[in-house]
Design a protein around this ligand. Structure first.
Ligand code: FMN
Length: 357
């Protein structure tokens, strides 16, 4: 399925080497100021071809609005945005036209649909995530009206972990590193892998600041479940942690509980969510990306006729997808929070009375 969300809902369309991609965002309240330059800035943070730590495919990723905005404000009608592809090179893939790249979605898409879009993976390509960033930027503008902020950065590359979380530094870093003292080592790991025609994995840390209490729809749309689903829906994401995540399972209760005082929680091991509902503390999410599957080392695979062949790739690929992936994770978190903000409005009769009485 290609749609995400309940009330703040978006549907994406398009393929990696097709004419373009885009999305329709529905359920956006009327009257939100749409700052097109902000939306473009968000797109620029994810766009390829910016430095040696990303794929060299150059795309402007310019967003064109087709509907839903009038005189700089949302109209309450569906917002349609399109991004035309400019730098697709299908010939990069002609030598691997009939074979399945190990680690990519080629095999499963072919088995499921019986169609081989060899041009960069077609719909399975992370080129589609540009549409998510465009939709996420609209979600962020809604959240901005409520003073809610979503931030992200890289906390680990190739096992090199950050010991510091500096979102301001991440904004200026070519690899969105959160720790200025680890950035150099993380960059070196990426360059080393690139020189060896290989790739590396990494971890993004995403935070929601000023999240209100009460977001999340238990039982089956718990906030943590929605976040996990949104993150696992991003290409190459293999694990998600909320708060202390996996570490919590090896702690004692007294180490893990966030004790409470009148002014709030003393700690935030829960990552801002209890019972599937936001606590009002920061929502902390870690998103784990695998290494880029398309590498330039000879590998064994099969073709569409099940012949055993060697896979020798050409073309342009990200050496570490976590970097641009962190912006996608940030956008998806903004989309989840915007959706939950709208859903939560009808949780109490007094809220409904505020509108109708
Ligand atoms: N995979 C590649 O093989 N080459 C790439 O250049 C590439 N760039 C990506 C960029 C971003 C921002 C993200 C999030 C992922 C990228 N991927 C890339 C990962 C693949 O899209 C992904 O691994 C593939 O669709 C298989 O899906 P899975 O890893 O979720 O199983």
């Amino acid at each position: 399925m290609n749609s995400f969300g309940n009330k703040f809902k978006f549907t994406s369309f398009g393929e990696s080497h097709g004419k373009g991609l885009g999305c329709i965002v529905d359920g956006v309240p009327a009257g939100i100021t749409i700052d097109e330059s902000f939306i473009q800035e968000e797109m620029d943070r994810r766009k390829p071809g910016q430095n040696i730590y990303a794929t060299s495919r150059k795309e402007a990723d310019k967003v064109e609005f087709l509907s839903g905005v009038f005189e700089g404000k949302t109209t309450g009608t569906p917002i349609a945005m399109v991004i035309f592809n400019e730098n697709q090179k299908s010939r990069d893939y002609t030598n691997v036209k009939d074979l399945f790249r190990p680690g990519h979605a080629d095999f499963t898409y072919f088995e499921k649909y019986g169609i081989r879009d060899y041009r960069g993976g077609g719909r399975s390509s992370a080129r589609e995530t540009s549409a998510r960033v465009a939709a996420g930027a609209i979600a962020k503008l809604l959240l901005k009206e409520l003073n809610i902020e979503v931030l992200s950065g890289i906390c680990e590359i190739d096992g090199i972990k950050s010991s510091n979380t500096n979102f301001n530094f991440a904004k200026t870093s070519e690899i969105y590193a959160l720790d200025e003292n680890k950035e150099e080592f993380q960059k070196e790991a990426i360059i080393k892998a690139k020189k060896e025609h290989n790739s590396v994995g990494g971890v993004a840390f995403v935070k929601v600041k000023n999240a209100p209490v009460g977001l999340g729809e238990p039982i089956y749309q718990r906030l943590d479940a929605q976040i996990a689903s949104a993150m696992m829906g991003i290409n190459a994401v293999k694990a998600v942690e909320i708060g202390d995540g996996i570490e919590a399972s090896s702690k004692k209760g007294d180490e893990n509980n966030d004790q409470m005082r009148a002014e709030g929680f003393k700690t935030n091991h829960s990552g801002g969510i209890l019972g599937g509902i936001s606590t009002g503390a920061d929502i902390d999410v870690k998103v784990y990306f695998k290494p880029t599957p398309s590498i330039f080392i000879k590998q064994e695979t099969i073709d569409i006729n099940k012949n055993e062949v060697d896979c020798e790739l050409k073309g342009r690929h990200d050496p570490c997808v976590a970097i641009r992936g962190s912006i996608v994770a940030e956008s998806m978190l903004a989309l989840v929070i915007a959706d939950m903000v709208l859903l939560n409005m009808s949780s109490k009769i007094e809220n409904i009375k505020k509108v109708y009485n």
